[in-house]
Design a protein around this ligand. Structure first.
Ligand code: KIV
Length: 271
């Protein structure tokens, strides 16, 4: 933890120490103030403003339409609820692919316009020089390997990655390249557990898994998914920690009935 204003903040150093001490890192996503505050108060180590907001907040099929301005808008809201956790923000599709300078400018925008402490970039070798430039200039970067949703049209599906030997070797090589380029952590998405174990043992920076099994240094889930808000989305790796869709459905139906039958508001609820 490092001192930041009057609060103790989780930093890249904290996360690295957690790996060295064998303490698991718990991470979740947030896109709004209320959720971020609940996560921060609950003691989450890292909050990601993921471009998954393109799916779960905006209702798009892919993350590709998300813009830099939208990421900054959501991060400003999230940041108001965060005083302790490390806050990391996805660079959306086309915010870092055009050129290294453009990527650096956009990473800088995140840190200049919001209180976030780092950015996340998808990809391996092809983004290594971009990560080097950004980290050398004081902006922490989290890598993301395996299933990288911004490449969905190249992959053709959201299937597991790294199941054949060539791709598994490439992911392992990419992880080492990202570490060498300065990434402070690497998300491993939807890869076999044994590959995630190998990667985790091969790099000194913490790996954060989503659908990558138990051997990663930490885990992340998309918060609306783990809260059971979208019952149509249930991949093998997802554990529901609540059934909010049913709870909300009940609450909405009760409210509708109460209004229609004039049971709400009562005298006590009126001025
Ligand atoms: O966008 C996102 O929420 C992510 C996580 C799934 C790691 O990248």
């Amino acid at each position: 933890m490092s001192t930041f204003g009057k609060f103790q903040r989780v930093s890249t150093k904290t996360l690295n120490l957690m790996k060295r001490e064998g303490k698991k890192i718990a991470a979740l996503t947030a896109y709004d103030y209320i959720t971020a505050k609940l996560l921060d108060d609950a003691g989450i180590d890292l909050i990601l403003v993921g471009d998954s907001l393109g799916n779960v907040f905006q209702g798009n099929e892919t993350t590709l339409p998300v813009t830099m301005d939208e990421m900054i808008y959501h991060t400003k809201a999230v940041a108001k609820g965060v005083s302790r956790s490390m806050l990391v923000v996805d660079l959306p599709f086309m915010a870092y692919q055009l050129s290294i300078d453009e990527a650096f400018r956009n990473a800088g925008r995140i840190l200049k316009e919001t209180p976030a402490g780092g950015v996340k970039i998808e990809g391996g070798k092809r983004v290594a020089e971009t990560i080097r430039k950004i980290t050398e200039n004081g902006i922490p970067v989290m890598g993301h390997l395996g299933l990288t949703p911004q490449s969905i049209h190249q992959f053709g599906s959201y299937k597991q990655r790294g199941t054949d030997e060539d791709e598994a070797n490439e992911i392992l090589k990419d992880a080492k390249i990202l570490e060498e380029a300065g990434a402070f952590s690497i998300v491993l998405e939807k890869i076999p557990r044994e590959l995630a174990k190998k990667v985790t043992q091969s790099v000194s920076v913490p790996t954060i898994g989503i659908g990558a099994g138990p051997y990663c240094d930490g885990q992340i889930l998309v918060t609306p998914d783990m809260l059971g808000l979208n019952k149509e989305f249930h991949p093998k790796f997802l554990r529901y920690y609540a059934n909010l869709a049913d709870i909300l459905d009940g609450a909405f139906k009760n409210y509708i009935d109460d209004v229609r039958e004039s049971h709400f508001p009562t005298d006590a609820e009126s001025y």
